[in-house]
Design a protein around this ligand. Sequence first.
Ligand code: ZN
Length: 433
Amino acid sequence: MDTGNAKKLIDFIKKSPTAFHAIDAIRGELADFTPLRESEPWRLTPGGRYYVTRNGSSIIAFTLPGASFDAFRIIASHSDSPAFKIKENAEVVVRAHYVQLDTERYGGMIMSSWFDRPLSVAGRALVRADGGIRTVLVNLDRDMCLIPNVAIHMNREVNSGYAYNAAVDTFPLWGSEAARGSFRAQIAEAAGAKESDLLGADLFLYNRMPGCFWGAKQEYVSAPRLDDIECAFSSLLAFKAARPGSQCNVYCVFDNEEVGSTTKQGADSSFLEDTLRRILLALGRGEEHYYTALANSFMLSADNAHAVHPNHPEYSDPENHAYMNEGIVIKFNANQKYTTDGVSEAVFHHICEKAGVPVQHYANRSDMAGGGTLGNISGSHVSVNTLDIGLAQLAMHSCYETAGVRDIDYMIDGMKAFYETDIRFDGEGGYRL
Ligand code: ZN
């Protein structure tokens, strides 16, 4: 099995322990693009390639066609994953012998997956500099704390549905009493600053276990944060590789999907709408052009999907379910938690068929609610035909997730074909592509 792109994904995940680091790694991959700032006027040139970030944890990149264009082709994914966030006053002393870190849950994680494994700390620090403040990414990048299980002799219930309490069970052990008072100093040192200059921080625990391939034919890949770095990374490779066409290709990665997307940098913010409007404004186009371009546009909301679980196949719908290594998953939900409808399914199906990329159809079991994602949230700001897709994976929201090696190539090929297809709507239910 060709694991080339899967190996690249593992390397990329290693560089992306938090949403801030993921966006920084994406910027590194877009080194030949021109960075823009939201706080400055934009001067854009047809044929140019640009990106803009918000909060350092969301990014939108776009490539302009050489001539006037009348549509956007957009792919959106997310940069965050469930994790433990470290509280401002981080140290908790236990019986004058242990120092723990005070944490709270960010997003809905599988808590048990975080136990008995070395964890590290990463995030961003804001430090005093030159009469102002600057942001520094920090990654302690060493085994530094661990959440120990309680011995079975002290908790006989642990194998019979034990309910973990985030205020009691999941504080990581950081050191003996001698560690007291040293956490902030370590963060400041990692930021290259004096402790007294550390003014603020957003810090998370992360699992340092590197990604790996396994299975009889090495057909599975396991790593932290596959949801949704796998989609952010595969759409990035597709975006960079796509031949320029006559429509404007847009690549988005939003933060805070795991907590509802309602932040200034989330999919439920004005970030995408502001960016699309400003692209047209900078090219001298009027308001009317924005509306006609949106009516011609198409978006893929890319967020991983559930594979049939080998021990619990009954949790999946009898017919609409997905397996790893069997192609891109198109997600359906009657109540439109997923945006896919007959139109967007037909358009994307047609594109994948032409590109020789297999697709699978997924819907939750009819008595299970499932999770939300980006497409319907973003669609309330930028209303375009949208399709929800993802790759099949196991153990979603564990701190070590599993997906199919071959699917990464399917996703890159399908997304590249999408970016290279001019989709035209006649407004009467007809589509040319
Ligand atoms: Zn996700």
